[in-house]
Design a protein around this ligand. Sequence first.
Ligand code: NAG
Ligand code: CA
Ligand code: CA
Length: 302
Amino acid sequence: MRVWIFFVLCLAGRALAAPQQDALPEEEEAIEDVATEEAVVGSNPVQVEVGEFDEAIAEEEEEETTTENPCLNHHCKHGKVCEVDESSKPVCVCQDPSTCPESVGEFEKVCGNDNKTYDSSCHFFATKCTLEGTKKGRKLHLDYIGPCKYIPACMDSELTEFPLSMRDWLKNVLVSLYERDENNNLLNEKQKLRVKKIHENEKRLEAGDHPVELLARDFEKNYNMYIFPVHWQFGQLDQRPIDGYLSRAELSPLRAPLIPMEHCTTRFFEECDLDSDKYIALDEWAKCFGIKDDDVDQDMIV
Ligand SMILES: *[C@@H]1O[C@H](CO)[C@@H](O)[C@H](O)[C@H]1NC(C)=O
Ligand SMILES: [Ca+2]
Ligand SMILES: [Ca+2]
């Protein structure tokens, strides 16, 4: 799982180097935090990435305060840029992909679900915008980070192993967040209390690569330690809107960096959606990670 975290940190570094114009204030805070040297396991990958792949950022209409540039405080969603129309009103129009900053490396490339490689997420969203209103445009979404590649099919046996390591990873991320949470406020008081219990549990499996047998045994023996981390991750993703359901866009910050490294990612999240409504509800999510129905608790998220 270390490789995931490393990758997420790379992304965080990149986001820091070139802050998104429309990044939300809390995202910026999270990015700063993650960029600290010792943040090996403890970064919160989700907070960092929320927004970057979000296709659903509302276009904000803001009152013109100065006569200078009506576009100054006018935010457009990914793939669009602001332009001033004839009546001096700011409008969001599709960005010409050729105006996107040139990508500097493979890691900036993204793969669409059309299995086409785009130079960067900017190029991707600009292209998607030009297809707006068409069936093709509706269907096109960012699938994963990195150039398109061959992804082997996920076997049933591999699929059952996937939640084992993912669950362990979630727990470790949360514990290290807690350990570093002296002056930053990534966890609220209630959350801290819950993680404290996990942290102080002597039976806790230390972070590291463990064989699946050990992970499986630990989940059986220390099941209670995994309940909160699974809920917490759901809460991190369920942001736009906060409604107890994860849309594809909301899931993307977790899914997109994971797919090229863990070939079962796509199948895993597809199968989480038990009723096939394209959303992952909290109970579907919890079940996917092996949490019993009785332990699913909406209140744990806030
Ligand atoms: C997607 O593209 C990559 C790279 O061009 C190729 O290796 C892979 O087989 C393609 N996948 C599918 C499902 O067509
Ligand atoms: Ca939601
Ligand atoms: Ca569903």
